[in-house]
Ligand binder design. Sequence first.
Ligand code: HEM
Ligand code: HEM
Length: 220
Amino acid sequence: MIDKLRAWARRHTEQNRYSPVGVVFHWVMAFMVLFQLGWGWYTSWIPPGGDKLYAYEVHSAVGLPIMLLAVGRLVWRIIIPGPENDADTQGIQTQIAYAFHYVFYVCFFGLPLSGWVMWSSVAEPGPLYLAGLVPWPQIPFDQLQLTTRWIVMDVAEDVHHLLVLALLITVPLHVAAALKHHFWDRHDVLRGMLPDIPDDPEASPHRPREPRLPAGSGGG
Ligand code: HEM
Ligand code: HEM
C-alpha cells in the first residue's frame, strides 16, 4: 500500500512538485493558520462579554482541526518525501527554510494544545467543538486546586503567545522567500506547491500525446 502511494507521489515529486495531497494540506492549513492569526488578534480586542466568548468559540473550533490535520500531514510527509527543487541547493538559506518548516509543525501542534489547556483551565469553560460540530472534551483540570489552575493557564497563555510570535516572524519571511524564489530567481519552488492544472489537457505530462497525423491523411 505504502509502496503504491510512494509510486503515485513520485510521478509528481520527480517533476519537482509536491503531490496533490501535500498541496491540499499546505494550502488548507496555510489558510486556516492565517485566519487564526487574524481572528485571534481581532478577538483579543473585543471587550469581555458574550461576543468575545463566541469569538473564542469560533477560534477554538477552527484551531482544533489544525492539530488533527497536522497529524495526517506529518504522517504523509514521513511516508512521502518532498520534491527536490531549485531552492534545495542554496546552502544556509535552504537550512533556514527547513528550520522554518519545523517551526510551523511545532506551531500546528503547540498552538491548539496550549489553547486547549487554556480553555480547560479557566474557571467555567464553555463546551468545545471540533469545527463547531463534533464535541471535544475538556482536559480534567477541575480536579486541580484553583491556584494550580491559574498557573497552568498562565504558562499555556505564555506558550500560546510565544508561538504566535514565532509565526508572526517566520510566516512573512516564508512567504517573501517563496515569492523571491519565484519572481526574482525564477526557481521552480512555488510552482511545485501550486496545483498542477495544465492549460491544455493534451499537454499534460501524465497523458502521452497522440501522434500527429500527416496533413491530408484525414486527420483534419
Ligand atoms: C494554529 C492555531 C492557532 C493560532 C494561530 C492561534 C492564534 C491566536 C492569537 C493570534 C491569539 C491572540 C493573542 C493575543 O494577542 O492576545 C490567540 C489567543 C487565544 N487563543 Fe489561539 N490560536 C490557535 C489555536 C487555538 C485553539 C485550538 C484554542 C482553544 C482550544 C485557542 C485558544 C485561545 C485563547 C483562549 C486565547 C486567548 C489568550 C489570551 O488570553 O490572550 N487558540 N490565539
Ligand atoms: C500564503 C502564502 C504562502 C506561500 C506563497 C507559501 C509557499 C510555500 C512553498 C513554495 C513551499 C515549498 C518550499 C520547499 O519545498 O522548500 C512551502 C512549504 C511549506 N509551507 Fe508554505 N506558503 C505560504 C503560507 C504558509 C503558511 C501560512 C504556513 C503555515 C504556517 C505554511 C507552511 C509550510 C510548510 C510546513 C511547508 C513545508 C512543506 C511540508 O512539509 O508540507 N506555508 N510553502
